[in-house]
Design a binder for this molecule. Structure first.
Ligand code: UD1
Ligand code: MG
Length: 514
């Protein structure tokens, strides 16, 4: 066998293949854009690539190239470290071999040193761990092989490329037989389909060998595609060594081609995320029903009750309790906060020791300050609720700035929308707002003012005032008793409606006489 120069990983170029459509997903969205634990699938391969690359990373995009490019750029914009990333377009998706060829200009530009080896990653293998890839790179360095590939032994290998081995004695025994080729499921004979060792789609390939070999790949197979996997056969034919490393945990090799595999990958990643937070000191009353996305951060001694969903860039402080059925998306929640059951919180901030819920909806742009309380069927949007303020029952608070210690009575509504524009409501510190108040914006209530229950506020109010705006109350003594008598005198013959009309007429006639 021809030995190859052991590659230094400082010169490792990485290719991530993400141009395929993902037909088996039956989706209008490119496969690598499907989300797993809140991240687009492509991010898993991309993050790994950036961590291990010594040279640059090339991401091959094609199907829905603009959307995939955007997703990649949005991941990169949130990262400071990692190898430089170049996007290359595979205009027609002619197969994985053709995809990798498109990356050649990134590495073979004539300027600067070229990679001594390439790591090639499928964009649809999100469970692959960095430690495994590092092991593969080490194996490649020490073996002097032209191709070092990752394999997995599966009980059900269907759909995957099979690893065909042969020893001089003609056996297929993994320990003693060398890899001779990879055969795709669709091209495999019944004997080859019985092979349980599959190609994971992760390869380290010698820098001098890769593109020269890819130039010679031909689309002679069931799909009429240029298969990257053909370089294995080629290396063997040219007298180079192909070495294979089997995954100790085959789960890592899961390739996501279908919705079922997407759900399987999601399940594994969610379990890993939960394990990480349990380890970090978070209590989960029922871990299996607790959904935590990959970018969420949770403080120590925080308790999550069953069926809690934490999404996006949510950050939760220490010793906070989140009860059942709560969904928190892209929020910053402080420490020692209590969030009672069935709340939805989106793009908002809740400061330390605040109380939220049950049944609260915080729409984007809410700030609930320290020790403030929001409860029982309150909806808020773009509102700053001051320190220690309370809005505990059945309110809508939108486009409002509410001062410290304010009491928002039950059923208070900020009438912020006139059908065309949104307007602001400003409420000073320590204002007391009685129940069933409407604040017709734009309106400013001075600090310390008391608003009587049932008031509709349409004008600004100075500080320390009483505001009352309701219809004058009238009490008519004995009215109801008389009505009862009249009703019983009307007898049972007339209908309820005509009886009621006659009694009302009689009562108002008496009123006029008085
Ligand atoms: C591939 C392997 C198979 C392996 C399996 C592991 C080939 C020929 N087959 O099959 O041996 O067992 O992965 O999961 O490589 N892509 C492009 N351009 C294309 C086609 C695909 O960029 O023209 C990308 C896809 O977006 C995807 C990756 O390459 O990220 C793999 O393609 P996919 O169609 O999923 O290949 P598999 O059939 O899974
Ligand atoms: Mg695949």
């Amino acid at each position: 066998m021809k030995p190859l120069r052991a590659a230094s990983m400082a010169g490792l170029g990485v290719v991530v293949m993400a141009a395929g459509r993902g037909t088996r997903m039956r989706s209008s969205r490119a496969k690598v854009l499907h989300r797993i634990a809140g991240r687009p699938m492509i991010r898993y391969a991309l993050d790994l690539a950036r961590r291990v690359a010594g040279h640059s990373v090339a991401v091959v995009v094609g199907h829905q190239a603009d959307q995939v490019r955007q997703a990649v750029e949005s991941v990169l914009s949130g990262q400071r470290d990692g190898a430089p990333v170049h996007l290359v377009e595979q205009k027609q998706q002619l197969g994985t071999g053709h995809a990798v060829l498109q990356a050649r200009p990134v590495f073979v530009s004539g300027k600067g040193p070229q990679p001594t080896a390439y790591l090639i990653l499928n964009g649809d293998t999100p469970l692959l761990q960095e430690a495994t890839v590092q092991d593969l790179l080490r194996a490649h360095r020490s073996s002097g092989a032209a191709v070092t590939m990752l394999t997995a032994l599966l009980d059900d290998p269907s759909g995957y490329g099979r690893v065909v081995r042969r020893s001089s004695s003609g056996t297929h025994d993994r320990a003693s037989a060398d890899v001779v080729k990879i055969v795709e499921h669709r091209d495999a004979t019944p004997d080859e389909r019985a092979i349980r060792e599959i190609n994971v789609g992760t390869y380290v390939v010698d820098g001098g060998f890769l593109f020269a070999a890819l130039d010679k790949v031909e689309p002679h197979n069931a799909q009429g595609e240029y298969y990257l996997t053909d370089i294995v056969d080629m290396a063997v034919t040219q007298g180079y060594r192909v070495s294979a490393m089997a995954l100790s945990n085959p789960e890592e090799g899961l390739g996501v081609n279908t919705r079922q595999q997407l759900a399987d990958a999601e399940g594994v990643i969610r379990r890993q995320i939960r394990a990480r937070w349990l380890e970090a000191g978070v209590t989960m009353v029922d871990p299996s029903s607790t959904w935590i996305e990959a970018d969420v951060v949770i403080g120590q001694d925080t308790t999550l009750y069953p069926s809690v969903t934490l999404e996006g860039r949510t950050v939760i402080g220490d010793d906070t309790t989140v009860y059942s059925g709560v969904r928190i998306s892209d929020c910053v929640v402080g420490s020692r906060v209590e969030i009672l059951d069935h709340c939805v919180l989106r793009e908002s901030q809740v400061d330390d020791e605040a109380h939220i819920g049950p049944f609260v909806h915080l729409r984007p742009g809410v700030l609930v300050r320290t020790k403030a309380k929001v409860g029982n069927f309150v909806e808020m949007k773009k509102t700053d609720l001051g320190e220690g303020a309370k809005a505990n029952h059945l309110s809508y608070l939108g486009d409002a700035t509410i001062g410290k210690g304010v009491n928002i009575g039950a059923g208070t509504i900020t009438c912020n929308y006139d059908g065309v524009h949104k307007h602001q409501t400003v409420i000073g510190d320590h204002v007391f707002i009685g129940s069933d108040t409407q604040l017709v914006a734009p309106v400013t209530i001075g600090a310390g003012t008391v608003i009587a229950a049932g008031t509709t506020v349409t004008q600004d109010v100075p500080s320390d005032s009483l505001v009352i705006a309701r219809v004058q109350q009238v009490n008519r003594a004995g009215w109801a008793a008389k009505r009862r008598v009249l009703l019983s005198n009307e007898g049972s013959s007339s209908s309820k409606l005509s009886k009621g009309r006659k009694v009302s007429a009689a009562l108002s006639a008496k009123k006029k006489k008085r």
